[in-house]
Design a protein around this ligand. Structure first.
Ligand SMILES: [Zn+2]
Length: 99
């Protein structure tokens, strides 16, 4: 994994002279920028505003955490079997599909 960026600390150092700082997560590594949201409808029974936490650093674009693994789809498996080197290896082991 690549090293997490240091943008939050760098931007906060610049904003400090304006008596301002970013809102960011206090737990979890790395810290992530929180996007400000506001409640649209107010009053009894209305949902509170949801929190939005950035997936990518808004300053340099680096992903904060590695993309989560996902199971292979049938389209992925079909594409793998269409790869001649993969198909040959699978056929050697007795798997794969009939040609
Ligand atoms: Zn960054």
């Amino acid at each position: 994994m690549t090293k997490p960026c240091n943008c939050i600390a760098e931007v906060n150092a610049t904003l400090a002279q304006h008596n301002t700082m970013l809102v960011f997560t206090l737990f979890g590594t790395p810290s992530r920028v929180i996007v400000d949201t506001t409640q649209v409808e107010t009053g009894r029974g209305k949902k509170k505003a949801a929190a939005m936490v950035a997936t990518f650093c808004p300053f340099c674009g680096q992903r904060y955490e590695p993309e989560p693994a996902r199971p292979a789809t049938s389209a992925d498996l079909t594409a793998m079997l269409d790869d001649p080197t993969v198909a040959a290896a699978v056929n050697e082991q007795g798997g794969g599909r009939a040609a």
